[in-house]
Write a protein that binds this ligand. Structure first.
Ligand code: THU
Length: 130
């Protein structure tokens, strides 16, 4: 199996999804080959929940990974219709990864490929802040 998909599936096991029961794993492959993972981390206030994708990005950036060092992304949830990143995560992925491939997968081994740009057309970004 693609190691990036395996990493997203394994990360999903760590999800703290006490309130929704909806477990998500994300994995980011860096250009140097390293993989950084994340899982969703919920909170009893609900609104403070953080998605798996943003946990992975924040982990990577906080460990010194430079923005735009990401080669591709994998996301795993146990849904028949594959789970795409939420709108907020799309914006964050665009900021730090740009238009890289995203593979969605589930526990049945179904996969589907997109790019970040396909999921967030006409994105707002820092090129507009001039
Ligand atoms: N969730 C993610 O981790 N990633 C997404 O892109 C969609 C939603 C999480 C947040 C929450 O813990 C649970 O899935 C249900 O929304």
């Amino acid at each position: 199996m693609d190691p990036l998909l395996a990493a997203a599936i394994a990360a999903r096991e760590h999800a703290y999804a006490k309130y929704s029961g909806f477990r998500v794993g994300a994995a980011l492959e860096l250009h140097d080959g390293r993989i950084v993972t994340g899982c969703n981390v919920e909170n009893s206030t609900y609104g403070l929940t953080v998605c798996a994708e943003r946990v992975a990005i924040c982990k990577a950036i906080s460990e010194g990974v430079a923005p735009k060092s990401f080669k591709r992304i994998a996301i795993c949830a146990d849904t028949e219709r594959l789970t795409p990143p939420c709108g907020a995560c799309r914006q964050i992925l665009w900021e730090f990864c740009g238009d890289v491939p995203i593979t969605l997968t589930n526990l049945a081994g179904v996969t589907r490929e997109f790019t970040v740009g396909e999921l967030l057309p006409e994105a707002f970004d820092d090129s507009l802040l001039t």
